[in-house]
Design a protein around this ligand. Sequence first.
Ligand SMILES: [Zn+2]
Length: 418
Amino acid sequence: MKDEGCFFVFCIRFAPLLYVVFLVLVILGFVLQFNPLLRVAAPGPASVSGRRIVIDAGHGGRDPGAVGRTGLQEKVITLDIARRLKRLFSRVGVYVVMTREADIDYSDVAEGNPVPGELTQKRRDLLHRIRMVNQSKADLLLSIHVNSFPQSIWSGAQCFYDLRYPASKAAARCIQEQLVEKLGPNRRKALAADYMLLKSTDLPSVTVEVGFISNPREEQLLATAEYRERLAEAIFLGTIIYLAEEEGENRAAPVSNLTGKVYPELPPPPVAPGFARLFFTSPYSEDLNLYFEERDLGLTPKDSVLMKAERLLGELQRGPGENSALLPCLPPGKWVTKISLRGKQAIIDVKPELATAVNGGVAAELLGLYSIVNTLAFNLELEAVTVLIDGQKGYSLGGHILLDEPVPPREDLIHQTK
Ligand SMILES: [Zn+2]
C-alpha cells in the first residue's frame, strides 16, 4: 500500500517532467524515422505510403545494353540503381515491384516468335516484362536505362515519357527537375519517346536515362556507388513529389480521345526547287535534336514520289556533306533494302544489321529513326513511315523504340533556330 502511494505521489510531482520526456522521445522518433532527404521534399511521406510502383532495371542477362569504353555495362548500372530505388521507396511505405533483382533476362521464359536470333530473344524478354508490369497493378512504371551516342561529348541524365498518359509527362518532369537540381549542370528536358516497354504497358510510365556511358567523364561517374546513390536519390525524390502532387488530383487515366494527330503537322517544305532537306544531328546539340542540311538533288516535279524517296534515303545513307558540321544519326552504308508507298505513307525495309549497329542507347535510336521519318515525311509530304526490319514488323532499331506501327514525323525534335 505504501509503495503504491509513493508511486502515485511520484507521478503527480513529476508529471510535467514525464510529459517533456515523452515529447522529446516523439520528436527524436520523427527525426530518426525520416532521413534528411525527405525533409527537403515538400510533400510528406504519409501521402505516398501504400502507393505501388514498378521498377524495371533495363537489360540484363544475355543483353548487356550499352557498353562503355572501359567495358562498363548498362545492365550493371541499371540493376544497381533499381536496387537502391527499392530501398528508398520501401522506407516511405511505397510498395515496389521489380522486373528483375538479379542479372537475368527472360528470353527463355516467355513464349514468342520461334525464329532464333538476338532480336527474338530480346523480344521474348520484353514480352515477359510487359506481362509482369501489367500484372503489377502499379500506379507508375520507372524503367532505368543508360544512354549512349557515337559522339562522346554528349552527357546528362534525361527522362522520357509515354504520350498516352498525361501523368507520364508530369512524373517525367518532376524527376527531370530533381536530376538537374541534384546532379547538374544539365540542360536536358523530359521528352516523349515511343519506348517499347512504355508503349506496351497500361499505366503511366517514365524511362530514366541516367547518363551517357559514351561520355568518358560520365562513364567514370556511373562506375561509382556514390554517384549511383545520388542518381537514385534524385529519381526517388522526383517520384515522391509527383506521387504526392498527383494524390490530390484525379487518378491518372489514359487519354482515350488521343486518336488524332499527337504531333503538330509539318509545314510545307519551303525549299528551293530540286533541293531537299536531310535530317542529321549536331555534335553540340544540348538536347536530342535533328538539324537539317539542304542539298541539291536535282529533283524535278516529273520524278515519282517513289523515285524521290529512293534518292532521299540514298543521300541519308551517305551522311552529311563533306564540309558539313553535322553528324549522321545512322551508320554509313546501304541499309535500306526496299521502299514502297501506300497513299500518304512510306514503308521501308532495312537490314537487320542496322538494328545491332545502332549502339545501345535511346539517343542514337530516337535520332536514327526520326532522321529517316522526318526526311521522308518533310520532303514528300507524307503522314507516316513504317520501318520493317528484314520484312518484319514490331522489332526495334536498338531495343527501346517499338516499330510496330506507322511512325508520324516529329517536328518537336527539329532544332529551332531562335
Ligand atoms: Zn537501355
